[in-house]
Design a protein around this ligand. Structure first.
Ligand SMILES: O=C(O)[C@H](O)[C@@H](O)[C@H](O)[C@H](O)COP(=O)(O)O
Length: 239
Protein backbone atom coordinates (compact mmCIF):
# COMPACT_ATOMS: atom_id res chain seq x y z
CA UNK A 1 0.00 0.00 0.00
CA UNK A 2 1.32 3.48 -0.85
CA UNK A 3 0.24 6.62 0.97
CA UNK A 4 1.18 10.07 -0.21
CA UNK A 5 1.32 13.16 2.03
CA UNK A 6 1.77 16.85 1.27
CA UNK A 7 5.11 17.10 3.02
CA UNK A 8 7.44 15.45 5.53
CA UNK A 9 5.54 16.91 8.44
CA UNK A 10 2.23 15.32 7.45
CA UNK A 11 3.98 12.08 6.67
CA UNK A 12 5.53 11.98 10.13
CA UNK A 13 2.20 12.64 11.85
CA UNK A 14 0.76 9.68 9.90
CA UNK A 15 3.84 7.62 10.77
CA UNK A 16 3.46 8.40 14.47
CA UNK A 17 -0.19 7.43 14.32
CA UNK A 18 0.72 4.16 12.63
CA UNK A 19 3.42 3.46 15.23
CA UNK A 20 0.96 4.02 18.08
CA UNK A 21 -1.78 1.90 16.49
CA UNK A 22 0.57 -0.98 15.69
CA UNK A 23 2.05 -0.90 19.18
CA UNK A 24 -1.37 -0.85 20.83
CA UNK A 25 -2.58 -3.76 18.68
CA UNK A 26 0.52 -5.88 19.34
CA UNK A 27 0.39 -5.23 23.08
CA UNK A 28 -3.26 -6.29 23.23
CA UNK A 29 -2.60 -9.38 21.09
CA UNK A 30 0.76 -10.55 22.42
CA UNK A 31 1.60 -8.43 25.46
CA UNK A 32 4.55 -6.76 23.75
CA UNK A 33 5.55 -4.73 20.72
CA UNK A 34 8.90 -5.12 18.97
CA UNK A 35 10.11 -2.46 16.56
CA UNK A 36 13.28 -2.09 14.50
CA UNK A 37 14.38 1.49 13.92
CA UNK A 38 16.25 2.89 10.96
CA UNK A 39 18.75 5.66 10.41
CA UNK A 40 18.20 8.53 8.02
CA UNK A 41 16.70 11.98 7.96
CA UNK A 42 13.03 11.03 7.53
CA UNK A 43 13.12 8.44 10.34
CA UNK A 44 14.72 11.08 12.60
CA UNK A 45 11.82 13.45 11.96
CA UNK A 46 9.38 10.63 12.67
CA UNK A 47 11.12 9.87 15.99
CA UNK A 48 10.87 13.53 16.97
CA UNK A 49 7.15 13.34 16.26
CA UNK A 50 6.61 10.16 18.30
CA UNK A 51 8.57 11.77 21.16
CA UNK A 52 5.79 14.35 21.55
CA UNK A 53 3.73 13.73 24.64
CA UNK A 54 0.45 13.54 22.70
CA UNK A 55 1.71 10.35 20.99
CA UNK A 56 4.01 8.72 23.45
CA UNK A 57 1.70 8.97 26.43
CA UNK A 58 -0.75 6.68 24.60
CA UNK A 59 1.70 3.81 24.94
CA UNK A 60 2.86 1.44 27.65
CA UNK A 61 6.62 1.72 27.11
CA UNK A 62 7.32 -1.12 29.57
CA UNK A 63 6.00 -3.40 26.82
CA UNK A 64 7.88 -1.87 23.91
CA UNK A 65 11.16 -3.44 22.75
CA UNK A 66 13.41 -1.47 20.44
CA UNK A 67 15.88 -2.96 17.94
CA UNK A 68 17.75 -1.53 14.95
CA UNK A 69 17.61 -2.53 11.31
CA UNK A 70 21.16 -1.39 10.71
CA UNK A 71 24.06 0.48 12.19
CA UNK A 72 27.37 1.98 11.25
CA UNK A 73 30.41 0.29 12.80
CA UNK A 74 31.11 3.17 15.18
CA UNK A 75 30.95 3.65 18.97
CA UNK A 76 27.52 4.44 20.42
CA UNK A 77 28.44 8.09 21.01
CA UNK A 78 29.66 8.69 17.45
CA UNK A 79 27.72 11.32 15.50
CA UNK A 80 27.04 8.72 12.76
CA UNK A 81 25.49 6.16 15.11
CA UNK A 82 21.86 5.26 14.44
CA UNK A 83 21.53 4.34 18.08
CA UNK A 84 22.66 7.82 19.14
CA UNK A 85 20.21 9.41 16.70
CA UNK A 86 17.26 7.42 18.04
CA UNK A 87 18.22 8.04 21.66
CA UNK A 88 18.50 11.78 21.06
CA UNK A 89 15.35 12.15 18.99
CA UNK A 90 13.06 9.70 20.77
CA UNK A 91 14.25 7.31 23.45
CA UNK A 92 15.36 9.90 25.97
CA UNK A 93 11.90 11.49 25.95
CA UNK A 94 9.86 8.34 26.64
CA UNK A 95 9.60 6.15 29.75
CA UNK A 96 11.15 3.07 28.16
CA UNK A 97 13.24 0.88 30.48
CA UNK A 98 16.88 0.69 29.38
CA UNK A 99 16.64 -3.12 29.34
CA UNK A 100 14.04 -2.86 26.56
CA UNK A 101 16.56 -1.17 24.26
CA UNK A 102 18.68 -3.49 22.07
CA UNK A 103 21.23 -1.52 20.04
CA UNK A 104 23.62 -3.19 17.61
CA UNK A 105 26.82 -3.51 19.69
CA UNK A 106 30.12 -1.94 18.69
CA UNK A 107 32.46 -4.93 19.11
CA UNK A 108 36.07 -5.58 18.00
CA UNK A 109 35.09 -6.14 14.37
CA UNK A 110 31.92 -5.73 12.27
CA UNK A 111 31.55 -9.51 12.05
CA UNK A 112 31.69 -9.76 15.84
CA UNK A 113 29.11 -6.99 16.19
CA UNK A 114 26.83 -8.88 13.81
CA UNK A 115 27.29 -12.20 15.62
CA UNK A 116 26.63 -10.62 19.00
CA UNK A 117 23.49 -8.94 17.72
CA UNK A 118 22.24 -12.17 16.18
CA UNK A 119 22.72 -13.83 19.59
CA UNK A 120 20.72 -11.02 21.23
CA UNK A 121 17.88 -11.48 18.73
CA UNK A 122 17.96 -15.26 19.14
CA UNK A 123 17.60 -14.91 22.87
CA UNK A 124 14.72 -12.46 22.57
CA UNK A 125 12.89 -14.35 19.85
CA UNK A 126 13.70 -17.76 21.36
CA UNK A 127 15.79 -19.05 18.47
CA UNK A 128 13.06 -19.17 15.87
CA UNK A 129 13.22 -16.68 12.98
CA UNK A 130 12.15 -13.38 14.49
CA UNK A 131 8.88 -11.80 13.64
CA UNK A 132 9.50 -8.16 14.50
CA UNK A 133 6.14 -6.40 14.72
CA UNK A 134 7.20 -3.24 12.89
CA UNK A 135 10.32 -2.53 10.85
CA UNK A 136 10.87 1.08 9.81
CA UNK A 137 13.01 1.61 6.74
CA UNK A 138 14.38 4.49 4.70
CA UNK A 139 15.30 4.41 1.01
CA UNK A 140 18.59 5.62 -0.44
CA UNK A 141 18.68 7.26 -3.88
CA UNK A 142 20.67 4.20 -5.08
CA UNK A 143 17.87 1.85 -3.99
CA UNK A 144 19.47 0.70 -0.76
CA UNK A 145 17.50 0.13 2.38
CA UNK A 146 18.73 -0.60 5.90
CA UNK A 147 22.43 -1.24 5.02
CA UNK A 148 21.60 -3.47 2.07
CA UNK A 149 23.42 -1.61 -0.70
CA UNK A 150 23.52 -2.54 -4.39
CA UNK A 151 26.41 -4.99 -4.84
CA UNK A 152 26.82 -5.68 -1.13
CA UNK A 153 27.75 -9.18 0.06
CA UNK A 154 24.85 -8.96 2.52
CA UNK A 155 22.25 -9.18 -0.26
CA UNK A 156 22.72 -12.90 -0.72
CA UNK A 157 22.60 -13.88 2.93
CA UNK A 158 20.02 -16.57 3.54
CA UNK A 159 20.93 -18.06 6.89
CA UNK A 160 22.43 -15.33 9.06
CA UNK A 161 20.04 -12.90 10.72
CA UNK A 162 22.58 -10.08 10.95
CA UNK A 163 25.71 -9.51 8.91
CA UNK A 164 28.33 -6.92 8.10
CA UNK A 165 27.74 -5.08 4.85
CA UNK A 166 30.61 -3.70 2.84
CA UNK A 167 29.67 -0.81 0.62
CA UNK A 168 31.37 1.56 -1.79
CA UNK A 169 29.58 4.40 -0.03
CA UNK A 170 32.21 6.35 1.92
CA UNK A 171 32.15 6.03 5.67
CA UNK A 172 32.26 3.25 8.20
CA UNK A 173 31.37 -0.35 7.44
CA UNK A 174 27.76 -1.25 8.22
CA UNK A 175 25.96 -4.00 10.09
CA UNK A 176 22.51 -4.91 8.87
CA UNK A 177 19.57 -7.20 9.42
CA UNK A 178 19.29 -9.52 6.42
CA UNK A 179 16.40 -10.03 4.00
CA UNK A 180 15.13 -13.20 5.74
CA UNK A 181 14.66 -11.20 8.94
CA UNK A 182 13.27 -8.06 7.30
CA UNK A 183 10.81 -10.10 5.25
CA UNK A 184 9.44 -11.86 8.31
CA UNK A 185 8.23 -8.64 9.92
CA UNK A 186 4.57 -8.18 10.77
CA UNK A 187 4.68 -4.80 9.04
CA UNK A 188 7.45 -3.12 7.05
CA UNK A 189 7.04 0.63 6.68
CA UNK A 190 9.18 2.64 4.27
CA UNK A 191 9.36 6.38 4.85
CA UNK A 192 10.62 8.38 1.90
CA UNK A 193 10.69 12.13 1.32
CA UNK A 194 12.26 14.56 -1.10
CA UNK A 195 12.56 14.97 -4.87
CA UNK A 196 16.00 13.34 -4.97
CA UNK A 197 14.26 10.03 -4.16
CA UNK A 198 11.53 10.40 -6.82
CA UNK A 199 13.32 8.48 -9.59
CA UNK A 200 14.13 5.53 -7.30
CA UNK A 201 10.59 5.50 -5.92
CA UNK A 202 9.35 5.19 -9.50
CA UNK A 203 11.82 2.41 -10.33
CA UNK A 204 10.66 0.45 -7.31
CA UNK A 205 6.94 1.09 -7.20
CA UNK A 206 6.33 1.27 -10.95
CA UNK A 207 9.00 -1.10 -12.29
CA UNK A 208 9.26 -1.65 -16.04
CA UNK A 209 10.50 -5.22 -15.66
CA UNK A 210 9.94 -8.02 -13.16
CA UNK A 211 13.65 -8.27 -12.43
CA UNK A 212 14.50 -7.23 -8.88
CA UNK A 213 17.31 -4.77 -9.47
CA UNK A 214 17.41 -2.68 -6.31
CA UNK A 215 17.75 -3.98 -2.75
CA UNK A 216 14.60 -2.16 -1.60
CA UNK A 217 12.57 -4.14 -4.18
CA UNK A 218 13.46 -7.32 -2.36
CA UNK A 219 11.55 -6.23 0.71
CA UNK A 220 8.52 -8.44 0.23
CA UNK A 221 7.10 -9.58 3.56
CA UNK A 222 6.33 -13.30 3.55
CA UNK A 223 3.12 -13.01 5.54
CA UNK A 224 3.27 -9.46 6.87
CA UNK A 225 2.22 -6.14 5.35
CA UNK A 226 4.21 -3.54 3.42
CA UNK A 227 3.43 0.17 3.52
CA UNK A 228 5.18 3.04 1.74
CA UNK A 229 4.73 6.49 3.26
CA UNK A 230 5.80 9.10 0.72
CA UNK A 231 5.68 12.85 0.48
CA UNK A 232 4.53 14.50 -2.74
CA UNK A 233 8.08 15.31 -3.81
CA UNK A 234 9.18 11.67 -3.55
CA UNK A 235 5.95 10.47 -5.20
CA UNK A 236 5.93 13.01 -8.05
CA UNK A 237 6.78 10.45 -10.75
CA UNK A 238 4.22 7.85 -9.69
CA UNK A 239 1.14 9.84 -8.77
O1 LIG B 1 21.42 4.43 8.61
C1 LIG B 1 20.98 4.75 7.53
O2 LIG B 1 21.41 5.71 6.89
C2 LIG B 1 19.86 3.93 6.99
O3 LIG B 1 19.82 2.75 7.45
C3 LIG B 1 19.62 4.07 5.52
O4 LIG B 1 19.06 2.93 4.93
C4 LIG B 1 18.67 5.26 5.37
O5 LIG B 1 17.43 4.99 5.95
C5 LIG B 1 18.51 5.65 3.93
O6 LIG B 1 19.78 5.93 3.42
C6 LIG B 1 17.63 6.87 3.79
O7 LIG B 1 18.20 7.93 4.49
P1 LIG B 1 17.66 9.42 4.36
O8 LIG B 1 16.26 9.42 4.87
O9 LIG B 1 18.60 10.23 5.22
O10 LIG B 1 17.78 9.77 2.92
Amino acid sequence: MNKIYQNMNELCVAGANLFVEEAQKAIVARGRFSVALSGGSTPRRLFEEIAKKEWHEKLDWQRIFVFWGDERFVPADDAQSNQKMARESLLRYVPIPEENIFPIPFAETPIESAEKYEAVLKQFFMDSWPQIDLILLGLGPDGHTASLFPGSNALNEETRWVCPSKTKVPGPERITLTFPVLNRAGLVCFMVTGKEKAEMVKQILKPVSTELIYPAQRIQPLTGRLIWLLDQAAAQLIS
